[in-house]
Design a protein around this ligand. Structure first.
Ligand SMILES: *Cc1c(COP(=O)(O)O)cnc(C)c1O
Length: 366
């Protein structure tokens, strides 16, 4: 039966790709009939150590206050970020995850028919939001698995609405050098927003100091994004932030819902920022875990890409099948067919035990 209502839907939504998240433990448990405790998830680049003890404590305290609306401007969290990052609070906007920051950027700049430049193998949310808003995705072929920053800069036209670059990149784990990144940012005309997604920057020992340009107020078209979902271990609370020019930020503030970051997230975020021990331990556990996974994959004679993040990409041939086999053994990973890398599987770094369990399970399959 024909449903005339369907013709009234926003037609940009008709063929819009759907983001495929890592599968939740409970869902897989239901499906394969194993208890939740027996399943490990190495699929969404979460911190295997969990939230910091200080964040847990702050959340326990916050329970008593959740009948109150949060501070819509998140004054204290912005102050904490401002002090920790040495950047003024009016250069910071908070989001319900940095996914929401991507949405703010898209809604602030993308108009029907405008172009958004992304790299092949980029984070899936950039093209999805572009298409939703009627924009066109200009996908620049990768160099190997890394970005071709020069080609991206050369793709700028009068229709360019924004350029998105994740560095290091998800899902490839690749890192652009500081020099290349700085030359790239310098080469973008000042009226074109250039967005660097720094979701994994805290894992780097020597990150490119792009934030200095914001501190100095020397580049109003530069926008940086970060998140509490990865090294800070607060993915379930949904908290991320963007940093940019104060006038751009002030305009984006008009887009956001009045209470887009919740009270629990704001309190936990402040505490997590103050827990340097947990941050360092998370970094160490990740570095050790990456080595463990890399050496285990080498022993199994499986190709992988050197990663600067908290995950590793392994080339397994029919990765979709291996994903299924691993899942039957209670190990959830992430197949990369959606990123047009069908031979590759992405494995988030777990605890030593979890990495070991993954490697043993993989060994029985391949
Ligand atoms: C995980 C990730 C994010 C963060 O998402 P949140 O919404 O903050 O959980 C952003 N960008 C990239 C490239 C990521 O991998």
């Amino acid at each position: 039966m024909e449903k005339p209502i369907l013709n009234r839907l926003n037609q940009n939504l008709k063929n819009l790709p759907v983001y495929q998240p890592g599968r939740p433990i409970e869902e897989v448990a239901r499906e394969i009939g194993l208890p939740v405790q027996s399943i490990i998830k190495l699929a969404s680049n979460e911190n295997p150590l969990g939230p910091s003890p200080k964040a847990r404590e702050a959340m326990a305290q916050a329970i008593h206050d959740v009948h109150l609306y949060p501070d819509g401007n998140a004054y204290y969290l912005k102050q904490a970020l401002s002090q920790s990052l040495h950047i003024s609070p009016n250069r910071i906007i908070l989001g319900n995850g940095s996914n929401e920051i991507i949405e703010f950027i898209a809604r602030a700049f993308v108009t029907p028919g405008s172009e958004v430049i992304c790299s092949q193998y980029c984070f899936a949310i950039y093209p999805i939001l572009t298409l939703m808003l009627g924009g066109k995705v200009v996908e620049v072929p990768a160099r190997g698995l890394a970005h071709d920053l020069v080609a991206m800069a050369n793709s700028v036209t009068d229709k360019t609405a924004a350029i998105f670059v994740a560095n290091p990149n998800n899902p490839t784990g690749t890192l652009e050098s500081t020099g290349d990144l700085e030359r790239f940012v310098d080469s973008i005309p000042p009226h074109i927003p250039v967005i660097i997604d720094e979701a994994y920057i805290e894992y780097l020992l020597n990150p490119a100091p792009l934030i200095d340009r914001l501190r100095a107020g020397s580049q109003s078209n530069l926008f940086l994004m970060r998140t509490f979902s990865k090294i800070y271990g607060l993915a379930g609370l949904r908290l991320g932030y963007g940093m940019g020019d104060p006038d751009v930020i002030a305009t984006m503030e008009k887009i956001r819902q009045p209470f887009n970051t919740n009270l629990m997230a704001q309190r936990a975020g402040i505490a997590a920022l103050g827990d340097v021990d947990h941050l360092q331990r998370s970094r160490q556990v990740n570095a050790a875990g990456l080595e463990q996974l890399a050496s285990g994959l080498r022993e199994l004679d499986i190709e992988y890409t050197p990663s600067h993040c908290n995950f590793i990409l392994a080339r397994l041939g029919d990765a979709a099948r291996i994903f299924q086999e691993l899942q039957k053994l209670g190990v959830i990973t992430r197949p990369m067919g959606g990123y047009r890398l069908p031979e590759w599987l992405r494995i988030s770094v777990g605890t030593q035990e979890q990495n070991d369990r993954f490697l043993k399970a993989l060994g029985t399959i391949v």
